[in-house]
Design a protein around this ligand. Structure first.
Ligand code: 6PG
Length: 244
């Protein structure tokens, strides 16, 4: 489903309400809520909104378990760390206990080791059997101008991953290795929400939602939950080129 909003504030308001609704239902049904957070800059204001009493008071945060859709190979205190952004704007203000958030252990330095460590964290938390994927209650995703999501970038190896939940992914155009959850994990989620804002995403959104299916070139096109809900929350600026 696609929902278009006049501006970022109304998008965040709806996103926060939806987050709380999914969380409440998950806690009611199964006693906990598992969420993989998006990185980048777009979700920051949503995380800040979730800590406002109107929203934060609606959830028993001791029953929420946070994972990270992707991470850069930087220490958790680095400026560009997705964990740091979420920690400063969501986890710390909500006083989330250490044992409720599972970050990529980037202090292990070697990207393959970090990914293997995260794979094990996910397997242990979700008590997974071999080749079984976890069913997150919610995965939040952003989208880059090149159509990447999480750190699943165009024409990179991670796009082909069919067995693992978490991998290291060499992104040549950035001259760096990123860390990312994989499509089999993402597409196993109960709910996936894309948060997309800004005119610089308009052309990408038109291609992703209305263009030719070319998932190698536009990886976000591969996000198709096998048994879950997919929700695109887009502001007017990013939706400017979409057919109405
Ligand atoms: C990252 C993100 C990435 C992000 C997009 C959009 O680590 O950068 O996980 O997938 O969602 O790049 O980033 P913005 O929200 O900053 O536009």
């Amino acid at each position: 489903m696609i929902k278009i909003f006049a501006d970022g504030d109304s998008l965040n308001q709806f996103a926060a309400e939806t987050f709380i609704e999914i969380a409440g239902q998950a806690i009611k049904d199964g006693g906990k809520f598992t969420v993989a957070l998006a990185g980048g800059s777009t979700p920051k204001s949503l995380y800040q909104l979730l800590t406002v009493d109107d929203f934060s008071s609606k959830i028993d945060w001791t029953k929420v378990f946070f994972f990270f859709g992707d991470e850069r190979c930087v220490l958790p205190g680095a400026e560009e760390s997705n964990y740091r952004m979420a920690s400063e704007n969501l986890l710390k203000p909500l006083q989330v206990a250490e044992n409720q958030s599972f970050r990529w252990q980037t202090e292990l330095e070697d990207a393959e080791k970090i990914a293997a460590n995260y794979e094990q964290k996910i397997k242990t938390f979700f008590n997974l059997k071999e080749n079984e994927f976890p069913r997150f209650d919610l995965i939040l995703l952003g989208i880059g101008g090149d159509g990447h999501t999480a750190s699943l970038f165009p024409f990179t190896e991670a796009l082909k991953e069919s067995q693992k939940n978490a991998v290291a992914n060499l992104v040549e155009k950035l001259s760096t290795t990123r860390l990312t959850l994989t499509f089999p994990l993402i597409n196993s989620a109960r709910n996936i929400i894309f948060l997309v804002k800004g005119a610089e995403k308009a052309k990408t959104m038109q291609i992703i939602l209305e263009g030719k299916f070319e998932p190698e070139k536009f990886p976000a096109q591969n996000v198709k939950p096998t048994n879950g809900e997919l929700l695109w929350l887009i502001d007017e600026a990013a939706a400017a080129l979409l057919r109405r």
